[in-house]
Design a protein around this ligand. Structure first.
Ligand SMILES: NC(=O)c1ccc[n+]([C@@H]2O[C@H](COP(=O)([O-])OP(=O)(O)OC[C@H]3O[C@@H](n4cnc5c(N)ncnc54)[C@H](OP(=O)(O)O)[C@@H]3O)[C@@H](O)[C@H]2O)c1
Length: 332
């Protein structure tokens, strides 16, 4: 293969996992304020599944315009192989990770990390935590940044508060459990029973299996609800409201509909937010990873050439941690 092309996962037509094909395309180049990364590993996120399916799980009015063909992926961990103009922060050989160009629908284009190379703005990147492998680091950016930004900014979780995390074993949820605990909160984790040991070891004080009994009653009173499941698939996001104290905060990280009259009557604030790429926020997480205070759950790992299998695994649901693609056999 010539040095100007690369292998990339690509979606030419919206549809199921079988629509993800690996093809040869031109390598990107590092533009102004960017580096070119040789990708060692790249996380898979629900946004990649939505982009592939044409946002089929969202109501029509919430579906953004599609780019086709497209290269999925926003999370990356890799090594700098070229530096663009006006870049002082990083040099060739640096090991970096990040959430690239997210959100993608603001005119900056997609991250396109499910490929052998990606160009990325330096502001989206941070040095890879030394304690983490590229596979672990690639699992971090979108999920951990979402949890970090919601807990420390929008949700403003305070020490001693009781925090309910719905979808606690997934990518965002398993970081939210740890970051809320590190903030000094008492965590109630909601997930299916298969995740109880995983979540208890991550620091959940209370585990609630949403598939059995009366999960709302089992939760008890909470000050904050961080909802990683919301109304997707027709679920009633308001089902957790009885557990929330009057004056409490709802932090939906995905599409979630609540009865506005009840929110107003009970003085409940809704503070959902879209995650933003931020190398600066990732640097704040690095120390937590390097001391072992924060750990990464890996659900499964697939080679780039079998990217469609990673999408198949994601569609099965019930993830425990993250799915990651690797571009190099030596990482596996
Ligand atoms: N706002 C943002 O910027 C932002 C950023 C990242 C992600 N998101 C969105 O947030 C959502 C979660 O993302 P993710 O990466 O964490 O997804 P994920 O890794 O697929 O995790 C979802 C988790 O939810 C659990 N779950 C499924 N149905 C449930 C239910 N009814 N009640 C409780 N738990 C349930 C699943 O396992 P079990 O069923 O086995 O418990 C799974 O562990 C997605 O919709 C994603 O698009 C938003």
């Amino acid at each position: 293969m010539s040095s100007t092309v690369m292998q990339a996962a690509m979606v030419f037509t919206s549809g199921g996992p079988e629509m993800v094909r690996v093809a040869e395309i031109d390598r990107p180049v590092a533009g102004r304020g960017e580096v070119l990364l040789e990708v060692h590993a790249a996380g898979l996120n629900p946004s990649d599944l939505r982009g592939r399916s044409g946002f089929a799980d969202l109501p029509v009015q919430y579906r953004p315009a599609l780019q086709r063909p497209s290269v999925p992926g926003a999370d990356v961990s890799g090594v700098v192989v070229a530096v663009g103009s006006e870049v002082a922060e990083f040099a060739v050989g640096d090991q970096l990770y990040g959430l690239v160009r997210f959100p993608p629908f603001d005119g900056r284009g997609h991250g396109r990390t499910h490929a052998e190379y990606v160009n990325a703005p330096v502001t989206d990147l941070a040095p890879k935590p030394q304690r983490l492998s590229h596979i672990e680091a690639a699992a971090v950016p979108m999920a951990a940044l979402t949890a970090w930004q919601q807990i420390h900014r929008q949700g403003a979780v305070e020490p001693g508060e009781r925090v309910l995390i719905v979808g606690a074993a997934g990518g965002v949820g398993h970081f939210a459990v740890q970051l809320a605990r590190l903030r000094g909160a008492r965590v109630v984790a909601v997930a299916s029973s298969r995740h109880e040991k995983f979540l208890t070891e991550l620091g959940a004080e209370t585990f609630v299996d949403y598939t059995t009994g009366d999960p709302i009653a089992a939760v008890g009173a909470v000050d904050v609800v961080i909802d990683c499941v919301g109304s997707i698939g027709g679920l009633d996001a308001g089902r957790w409201l009885p557990a929330l104290v009057d004056g409490g905060r709802l932090v939906p990280i995905t599409l979630a509909f609540y009865p506005p009259e009840e929110l107003a009557r009970r003085n409940i604030a809704t503070v959902g937010h879209q995650v933003q790429s931020s190398g600066a926020d990732l640097r704040q997480l690095n120390e937590l990873f390097d001391t072992g205070a924060l750990t990464v759950g890996i659900d499964s790992v697939y080679p780039l050439q079998e990217a469609y299998r990673a999408h198949q695994r994601a569609e099965q649901g019930h993830l425990q941690g993250k799915i990651v693609l690797t571009m190099r056999a030596s990482e596996r």
